[in-house]
Design a binder for this molecule. Structure first.
Ligand SMILES: Nc1ncnc2c1ncn2[C@@H]1O[C@H](COP(=O)(O)OP(=O)(O)OP(=O)(O)O)[C@@H](O)[C@H]1O
Length: 266
């Protein structure tokens, strides 16, 4: 049975992650509705990636609860979460460098959707179709045979996204999808993310590039020292003294204000 639109897709309740004496994420709570795009920002070391690690199962929370589609998924391993419909991309390039673009996405499509205790010897027609769709969704069609280790940075970011999409996610977590890209490349990724959101995939994205974050997100959450210091509309960010002081700064805040005004009048 699917989740009704009025039920949250994801609920994080007092999620805490400690590394020894360091509390990297401190009692984070938030709710995500299906179809939302939630943007997470905050200074370096705020705990954003650690929160993703907990949700995606790569580094489980020390305490707290994570509920996905009404099911308690706290502490489940990454492969179980992937099969349940949670996919993610990484801040740094992740992929099999010596394989081709297609080979990488095939692995995601083949292993990302279900358990494969005894891997088959050939890629079936269904998997091939999922790979074609994922490559097309990010704009990598035609680059199937390129070796991943030789790809430019934009294509590597898109490849991670294609791999995540090939696992057929309901919830997609993106960790700094445009870090290190130039403005034109950022625009390309923005268009891809818009298309993914339009397909109904719920998204959480972490990003320092604020124009990307505010233009894509229906809601924004800002973290500082492992805690939530802001949650609300992107427009409210520049009016929040604390967010301006600890994260945006006056200059960036003004530029962001101008951008949002332009957007509103467009
Ligand atoms: N495996 C780990 N072991 C010990 N400390 C860690 C580990 N991973 C993260 N930390 C610490 O936890 C804190 C939060 O780190 P995290 O990477 O989640 O921040 P972030 O908000 O994603 O930062 P950035 O914007 O720089 O990516 C930092 O102080 C970091 O040094």
């Amino acid at each position: 049975m699917g989740t009704a639109a009025t039920e949250p897709l994801l609920v994080c309740r007092e999620v805490t992650k400690q590394f020894g004496a360091l509390t990297a994420v401190n009692k984070m709570s938030f709710t995500l509705m299906p179809g939302e795009v939630l943007g997470i920002g905050g200074p370096n070391g705020a705990g954003k990636t650690t929160l993703f690690e907990a949700i995606s199962g790569l580094n489980p929370a020390t305490s707290g609860e994570i509920i996905f589609q009404g099911r308690n998924i706290t502490g489940l391993p990454p492969e179980a979460l992937c099969h349940a419909g949670i996919a993610r991309t990484f801040q740094l390039n992740a992929g099999f460098d010596s394989l081709t673009v297609r080979g990488n996405v095939e692995i995601a499509a083949y292993f990302g959707r279900q358990n494969r205790l005894i891997p088959g010897l050939r890629i079936g027609r269904d998997v091939a179709r999922h790979v074609d769709e994922a490559l097309a969704a990010v704009g990598l069609t035609g680059k199937d045979d390129e070796i991943v280790g030789r790809l430019p940075v934009l294509d590597r970011k898109l490849l991670m996204l294609a791999g995540a999409l090939a696992s057929n996610p309901t919830l997609l977590l993106m960790d700094e999808p445009v870090g290190g890209l130039n403005p034109k490349e950022i625009d390309h990724v923005m268009a891809v993310v818009r298309k993914i959101a339009a397909r109904g995939i719920t998204i959480i994205l972490i990003e320092h590039v604020m124009r990307f974050l505010v233009q894509l997100s229906s809601r924004v959450l800002i973290m500082h020292h492992g805690e939530k210091i802001y949650e609300g509309k992107p427009q409210g960010l520049i009016e929040d003294r604390n967010v301006v002081d600890v994260y945006l700064g006056e200059g960036a805040s003004q530029r962001l204000g101008n951008l949002m005004k332009e957007q509103a009048s467009a």
